[in-house]
Design a protein around this ligand. Structure first.
Ligand code: 3PG
Length: 213
């Protein structure tokens, strides 16, 4: 499958689950459970040693699954993740070196921003969609509303501190295209291998409405 652009990826799901796995096998179970619940886009982070293999396995689950790599904090992560099959990357912040590495690897990037200066730097590099991280600690809905004035064309995927209860309020904002969060994979459900619970949470997240934009 050709690598989709970030603009197309973020429109696939109102919620992008942010995932960290203890093992590649656990990652495969969770990814299957999420996909069964209608979640087509996954962000598998490099926070654990299982990340790259989990990306590789999840990418093969279904033809319509889009697996990205999360927690890119070093330029070299881009090529490694691309090699493992990642179709996009998500980073908590952005540097020129990281941008160059993503371009070089052919990995579409959703870079993180938190301040107006971060946003201006991302705009200068050509980004039109960014992650707002950490969304709730950094000001949440009020901050996104404030960003809309000076940066009317920019779209955000807020992530960090968002809950099933607050997600609809974020998705209702005109400058939000999707949200990220870890609530689809509660630690207790994953530890108990309760894949039905993961599918149930995924289904509820997939069904959240998002105004067309
Ligand atoms: C993270 O940092 O783990 C992601 O931003 C997800 O945050 P959350 O656990 O608050 O959803």
């Amino acid at each position: 499958m050709a690598t989709p652009a970030v603009a197309d990826i973020v429109r696939l799901g109102p919620v992008i689950p942010v995932l960290a796995f203890d093992s590649a096998e656990q990652g495969e179970h969770v990814s299957r459970a999420l996909h069964a619940g209608g979640v087509k886009v996954l962000e598998i982070t490099l926070r654990t040693a299982a990340g790259l293999e989990a990306i590789e396995r999840a990418s093969k689950i279904a033809p319509d699954i889009v697996v990205g790599v999360g927690t890119i904090t070093k330029p070299e992560h881009c090529a490694l993740a691309k090699k493992a099959g990642a179709q996009f990357g998500v980073s908590p912040g952005l540097t020129r070196e990281m941008h160059d590495a993503a371009v070089e690897a052919g990995l579409p990037l959703l870079p993180g921003v938190m301040t107006p200066s971060d946003i201006i730097a991302a705009l200068e590099l050509g980004y039109e969609i960014v992650k707002f991280f950490p969304a709730v600690p950094a000001g949440g809905i009020a901050m996104l509303q404030a960003f809309h004035g000076p940066f009317p064309g920019l779209r955000f995927c807020p992530t960090g501190g968002i809950t099933p209860e607050s997600a609809p309020n974020f998705l209702a904002l005109p400058n939000v295209v999707c949200v990220g969060g870890s609530w689809l994979t509660p630690k207790a459900a994953v530890a108990a291998q309760d894949w039905a619970e993961v599918t149930r949470l995924a289904r509820a997240a997939s069904e959240l409405s998002r105004p067309a934009r």
